[in-house]
Each structure stands twice: as structure tokens, then as C-alpha cells.
Ligand binder design. Structure first.
Ligand code: ADP
Ligand code: MG
Length: 322
């Protein structure tokens, strides 16, 4: 199977005509027409074998995750997904692997109504890079820079930290019974990007970021870009029953600094609490209020009684040596 056969067989679908796509796969560039008055939101995320995923992951789940992590960035900007490109380095053209990968990839693409419009394919160590293109009405993109002192801090989803629990099981630092491991493994391998919530938060949230490297680290980006600090109520974080059953130190570490959660952390003034609940209801996505933005720089932690907790946490950093 040659390079072009591979593209045609696994990545080119139908006759290539899709809403909003003037030219898709097969020419030198894809050509898209943005909606009237729209701004483009563009983001890339790369997944490297051994770094972001294990060689044993089911190909369909890898296809899902490669697109999910990118859609999560669009969600954090409140963007409506439009299209994506896929740059792929493969050690060999393994048909079973390619079929599975494409199945997971397109299932999520179809769920969000977006088209694969181009990419690049080369032989090499397994490496996936997706670029997503989304749109917002001009001036409405949610940014990291808009948080203000007094704003509430929210996080989406029912649990933070399950994906990291799965990683720790793979690393052998903790053990879980079979069905619990399967559940946290799903959280790690099949994250659900909060696209509908992000869109519903346009005009409501003052800032947003998606949690890829851990809640504290990613909230830290909001604080830095907005020039503010925050207090987090550690026990208000949403936790699964599986994480709840872990020792307190593990529970806090996984929730606050776990990573790979792909939930949205966002801020909004207390006057918008009802609007936030409406956005959550409209997008069928649970949200929890977990803290408050303050004028003084830094991130502080309190328990449910408001007692200060002296926690030291680090978020995931690819270039930091332990
Ligand atoms: P070029 O040489 O002009 O960069 P290629 O010959 O690499 O283009 O690719 C041919 C066509 O197939 C282009 O339209 C490109 O966007 C598309 N393409 C290549 N690889 C992929 C892929 N993995 N997924 C989707 N489209 C792809
Ligand atoms: Mg070309």
C-alpha cells in the first residue's frame, strides 16, 4: 500500500464535499469559507508514542484521544469546531491499526460534525499531530486573560484525577481492582471534550482554560495571564468514588495536579451564577464551583472549613527534570 492509497483508503471519505469545506483532501491546500462575522480559532496538539500514549493502547481509542485533546482546546476558547488536519508518522502501514485508528477518529469527528480536510503522511516513529480549526463570533473567544478579583472559579465534569490514577496503575505505583482500573483507563483513553459547554459559556465566563497538565498548573495560566491570584477549596473538587477511596494525599494530588483530564476550568462573576448553571444545563455538563479569584498573586488552598492547607504541588512539565 503506497502513501496515496493509504490516505484514500483510511482518511478520504465520501466525495469530499462537506458543509463549509470548499476544497478538502487531495489538493495542495484545503479551502474553507468562514461564517460571516466569524473569527478563526486554531490549535495544534501532538501525541508521541511513549510520551503521551502507550504502544498497547487500542488504535480506536488513540484516534479518539488525538482529536479529543485538540477539540478540548477549541472548547476552552468557546469555539465551534469546523475542520481539522492530521499529520501522521507511522513506522509501517499496518491496515488493522489504521482501520481502528480511523474508526475512533471519525466517530468523534462525526459527533462534532467536523471534516478532516488535509494532512501529511510519512514513515517514521509513531507520532500524531492534529490541527483543529474552529470559529467564534468576533470578539467572543474565551481567553486566559479575563479573570478578575472576586470571580468564582468553576471546573466541569464529575471527576478530576481519574486519568492520572490510570497512569499511576500503568506505572506500577498503585493498584486498583479490575473494573475500577477499566473505569479510570476509560477516563485516560477516552476523554470527552467539553465543546458544548465552552460554546454555552461565551459571554458568561470571563476566562477559561482546559485541564491537560493538571488543575493547578492550568489554572496557574489563567492567574498569570490575568494578573490575579486565587483560593481553591480543595474538598469542593469533583471526585469519582474510585478516587474518593484513595488515601487523602493521593486524592488531593490526583485532583489538583493529575493531568489529562480535559475538563474546563473557567471564571465568572458571582452575578453570573445563574447564567453558569444555565450553560451547564444547556450543554448537559455538570460544573462545580471550586474557589475564588483574588487580587493578591499566588494560589492558596483551603479545606471545607476555610482552614489554609500547606500543599506543594507541581503540574506536568515535559522538560522539567525530577
Ligand atoms: P503535498 O505534497 O502537497 O504536501 P501530499 O502529497 O502530502 O500533499 O498529500 C496529498 C493530499 O492528501 C493533500 O491534500 C493532503 O492534505 C492530504 N493528506 C496527506 N496525509 C493526510 C492525512 N494523514 N490525513 C488527511 N489528509 C492527508
Ligand atoms: Mg503540495
Amino acid at each position: 500500500m503506497g502513501e496515496f492509497d493509504l490516505i484514500r483508503r483510511f482518511f478520504q471519505r465520501g466525495d469530499g464535499t462537506q458543509a463549509g469545506v470548499d476544497v478538502g483532501i487531495g489538493d495542495d491546500c484545503a479551502v474553507l469559507t468562514p461564517g460571516p462575522g466569524a473569527q478563526l480559532c486554531i490549535s495544534s496538539d501532538m501525541l508521541v508514542e511513549g510520551r503521551h500514549f502507550l504502544s498497547t493502547v487500542e488504535p480506536a481509542r488513540l484516534g479518539h484521544k488525538a482529536l479529543a485533546v485538540n477539540l478540548s482546546d477549541l472548547a476552552a476558547c468557546g469555539a465551534t469546531p469546523r475542520a481539522f488536519t492530521l499529520a501522521l508518522a507511522l513506522p509501517r502501514a499496518d491496515e488493522r491499526w489504521l482501520a481502528g485508528f480511523a474508526e475512533g477518529l471519525f466517530a468523534l469527528a462525526d459527533a462534532h460534525g467536523i471534516a478532516l480536510v488535509g494532512g501529511d503522511t510519512t514513515q517514521g516513529p509513531l507520532n500524531l499531530c492534529i490541527t483543529v480549526f474552529g470559529e467564534v463570533p468576533r470578539g467572543t473567544a474565551l481567553l486566559r486573560s479575563g479573570a478578575r478579583a472576586g470571580d468564582d472559579i468553576y471546573v466541569s465534569g464529575r471527576t478530576l484525577g481519574d486519568a492520572r490514577l490510570a497512569l499511576e496503575v500503568f506505572r506500577g505505583t498503585l493498584g486498583l481492582p479490575g473494573e475500577q482500573f477499566e473505569a479510570v483507563r476509560r477516563a485516560m483513553e477516552l476523554p470527552q471534550p467539553r465543546v458544548a459547554l465552552g460554546q454555552a459559556l461565551r459571554g458568561v465566563a470571563t476566562s477559561a482554560v482546559d485541564v491537560s497538565d493538571g488543575l493547578c498548573g492550568d489554572l496557574g495560566h489563567i492567574l498569570a495571564r490575568s494578573g490575579v491570584g486565587a483560593v481553591l477549596e480543595v474538598d469542593a473538587l469533583p471526585r469519582s468514588a474510585i478516587l474518593e477511596a484513595q488515601p487523602p494525599a493521593v486524592r488531593r494530588e490526583m485532583g489538583l495536579a493529575g493531568g489529562d483530564d480535559y475538563e474546563l476550568v473557567f471564571t465568572a462573576p458571582p452575578s453570573s451564577r445563574e447564567a453558569v448553571q444555565q450553560a451547564a444545563g444547556q450543554s448537559a455538563t455538570p460544573v462545580s464551583r471550586i474557589g475564588r479569584i483574588e487580587a493578591a498573586a499566588g494560589l492558596r488552598f483551603v479545606d471545607a472549613q476555610g482552614q489554609v492547607l500547606p500543599l506543594q504541588l507541581q503540574s506536568f512539565d515535559h522538560f522539567k527534570t525530577a
